[in-house]
Design a protein around this ligand. Sequence first.
Ligand code: OGA
Ligand code: NI
Length: 357
Amino acid sequence: MPSLPEKPLSNVPLQLHQPKNFQFDSVPESHAWRDLHDHPTVDPIGPDTVPLIDLTDPKLTAKISKACEEWGVFQITGHGVQPDLLTRLEAQIHRLFALPADRKLKAAKSPGDVSGYGLVPISSFFSKLMWSEGFTISGSPLHHAQKLWPDDYSSFCDVVEEFDNVMRQLGNKLLHKILLSLGLSKEDIIRACPVRDWHDMSAAVQLNSYPPCPDPDRTIGLAAHTDSSFLTLLYQNSVSGLQVLRPKDHTGPMRWVTVPPVPNTFTVNIGDLMHVLSNGRFRSVMHRAMVNPAKHRISVGFFCGPPMDVKVGPINKLTGPERGPIYRPVTWQEYQRLRRKLFDKALEAIKIGEEIA
Ligand code: OGA
Ligand code: NI
């Protein structure tokens, strides 16, 4: 669990963030983290293997239900996304992050803005910098892409838009499967699901770059967090780094479990708003990204959420006399605002009877 820093970073000049494009011989103090080894890290074997689910499996609903209840995260095959699209997207991400720093800074996020190049969104809560760069796309990538490549932005925009389209449909399908796996009927879902169809969903794409690091045990690519979304679909290249936090159970203590990259899979994780929608039955999962001594890791997060103006609260059918609604309804925007203020205390802050914000 991340400890809140004594002195949070605010408005770190981006130039300071990645001097020399991460070409360091050792980890500088600005990027050296303590408390990274609060819990042991275990290999993904035996009971510590993240569920891998084929979306064409006839027992899909039962498998998703078990994975969401026990893990809050699973990997998927049979999703229908063409490997060629992922290869083309990966090539564009490498092209973006390989640009000189001054070029990338032309597309820097403006203060208060969601989209653009810069520190990963949770950076402001920590006094240390993370070993990563991010590029967030919410809406059209055109404006920022034109700044990065004035003469050749369309190849980037075309791939990102194609990916966005395909992933919205996949995200919407998964959202419905997850609701079915909560025991809701198709009619219940039509009535209660805040997303009517995939055009309706709000989504954001987060491109992450984790350069190789000379001393990976002293720093972190992305600090521990949960996502605010309903669900997040993560694509990672062939370099390992993603870990999820497993609670203490009969097989061991609280521990970080690696989610290995499996070619042509996505990792699906439950976010805070699904936690709310399911009235706490499907818990959002804490996760983080480590860095590699030799290899450049990239990942793409696709965050799926409700339309921005729709309030999300526990679905009526999932509450009952013995377990009333635990959370008050919020829009994604309101919730993101709370997260920016309270970070990992945001979910608690919308608990009925415990509102603190
Ligand atoms: C994220 C995230 C993990 C990774 O972008 O929210 O958790 O492996 N990324 O990059
Ligand atoms: Ni995340």
